[in-house]
Write a protein that binds this ligand. Structure first.
Ligand SMILES: Nc1nc2c(ncn2[C@@H]2O[C@H](COP(=O)(O)OP(=O)(O)OP(=O)(O)O)[C@@H](O)[C@H]2O)c(=O)[nH]1
Ligand SMILES: [Mg+2]
Length: 460
């Protein structure tokens, strides 16, 4: 248990209807008695909101009227004694209350420190602690669902289920090292190898969910590409439902990359508008064109915007460029209000573009189908096998799983090649296990914790 007691504002930016200050640590009860005067004593009525005065402990002057609640250790969020003060969400009142707490010897909480204490006190494992930040930061429904599953311990259970047979195998192998006179039978090794292979397959399956998990968490990256004046910026604005990029009849209007997040049907996307790709002598436009080209590798999907009236076929060159980067391309033929016949005439073949869309960014015609297709496309990346709740969205988890996978592959190779040097076999299994243990924080370093919790907000 920590010896210090910490406090921070737990609620959102002020002013707000209500502010909640959370306190955690061994001096919590004392702090309640020093800073709160109610008809009843919250310490004697755990988990019950008590009305009273929040006071400056030095002068006894009332700061505000509000509620206090006490949650005794170990049945609190952090596992320590916790108190919360609720009062008017005024920045000044919050400052006064925090100042009084600090003067009382309570320390300002660092980012994520409450959750870090919850982890260190065994209230949750590390993957669950990370899921709290994901829940708080989730922008889309799918992302929230995965974070929620992880918070419930779904990933932790999956990892534990993989580790269990490996732990048995490790014990067996270690026993053979301890009693070298009892040579381990080849049959036993085969049996252990079979179990390790089951674990390896499950680790690989979890890893395969990462690309989808990251897509959901980071958002699908969609680049708007095409010739100048095709209507890329108009399309961006239409999708976002706001005037984000300048639209003008002058070719070469957009020069900078314009990146903006949007949530479509609960799924996060990041759209990036770019300069129209063409040969140009304008110095600034040239830089824009370069930026647009450099952005290509970033994209998960490219919308190649083509003017319905374009008879030059110049877009084919851009399509080739995108194809050479191995990008998925959807052709979006724009301005069909000016040339409805384009639906029949302008077409990109399926070896280059996966789909063709016909829209008018001016009237909005066809945009519904495009958005529907974008949302549907995310679903198609859903991994087929496995439990839908077990999706890896976190880079740290992916790295741990990769290390576990590599160790298990090395183990299988050693068994296969009959170089049955037991200490080597043991080392591989041990490494696989410790990598899995890192995911849930059975093994951790201060450095790992520092990196994880510093990304949290203060007050969580
Ligand atoms: N009639 C019609 N005009 C459109 C449509 N979409 C865009 N425009 C017009 O086409 C011109 C160019 O549109 P932008 O959205 O600026 O084109 P862009 O591709 O971003 O152009 P650059 O930034 O120069 O590369 C503007 O005058 C738009 O009003 C459409 O669907 N129909
Ligand atoms: Mg533009």
């Amino acid at each position: 248990m920590e010896e210090t007691t910490i406090a921070a504002l737990a609620t959102a930016p002020l002013p707000a209807g209500v502010a909640v200050i959370r306190v955690s640590g061994p001096r919590t009860k004392l702090a309640l008695h020093a800073l709160f005067r109610g008809k009843k004593d919250p310490v004697r009525m755990p988990r019950t909101l008590v009305f009273g005065d929040i006071v400056d402990f030095k002068t006894g002057a009332t700061i505000d009227k509000g509620l206090a609640v006490f949650m005794p250790s170990p049945w609190s969020f952090t596992g320590e004694d916790v108190a919360e003060f609720q009062f008017h969400g005024s920045p000044v009142l919050v400052q006064q209350t925090l100042r009084s707490l600090y003067a009382y010897g309570i320390l300002p909480a660092a980012a994520g420190e409450f959750t870090k204490r919850a982890f260190l006190n065994g209230k949750m494992d590390l993957a669950q602690a990370e899921a709290i930040a994901d829940v708080i930061n989730a922008k889309g429904e799918e992302e929230l669902r995965f974070a929620g599953e992880q918070l419930k311990g779904r990933l932790s259970q999956a990892v534990a289920a993989i580790g269990e047979p490996l732990r048995d195998a490790l014990a067996e192998l270690e026993a053979s090292i301890d009693f070298p006179e009892e040579d381990i039978e080849p049959d036993r090794i085969e049996d252990i190898a079979a179990r390790a292979e089951v674990a390896r397959a499950k680790v690989s399956q979890l890893l395969s969910t990462y690309s989808f998990g990251a897509l959901v968490k980071e958002g699908v990256r969609v680049l708007l590409c095409g010739a100048p004046n095709a209507g890329k910026s108009s399309l961006l604005n239409l999708i976002l439902g706001k005037k984000r990029a300048i639209v003008s009849p002058i070719s070469g209007t957009t020069r900078d990359l314009i990146e903006e997040e949007a949530s479509l049907a609960g799924q996060k996307f990041v759209f990036c508008d770019s300069a129209g790709i063409r040969e140009t002598h304008d110095e600034i436009e040239k830089i824009g064109v370069e930026l647009a080209k450099e952005r290509i590798p970033w994209a998960d999907l490219v919308l190649l915007v083509v003017d319905a009236c374009d008879t030059t076929g110049e877009w084919k060159k851009t399509a080739e460029l995108l194809k050479s980067h191995g990008k998925r391309i959807w052709m979006v033929v724009n301005k069909i209000d000016l040339n409805p016949k384009a639906m029949m005439e302008v077409l990109c073949d399926s070896t280059t573009c996966q789909q063709n869309f016909y829209i008018s960014a001016k009237s909005g015609a066809g945009i519904g189908a495009l958005i529907e297709a974008l949302v549907e496309d995310v679903g198609k990346h859903m991994p087929e096998q496995g439990d839908v709740g077990e999706v890896v969205t976190n880079e740290r988890h992916r790295d741990c799983l990769r290390r576990a996978e590599q160790a298990l592959v090395r183990f299988a190779e050693a068994v296969e090649s009959r170089t049955l040097a037991l200490p080597i076999l043991v080392a591989d299994i041990r490494e696989a296990l410790s990598s899995l243990d890192e995911i849930v924080g059975k093994t951790y370093t201060e450095d790992i914790l520092g990196r994880i919790f510093s990304k949290f907000c203060v007050g969580k």
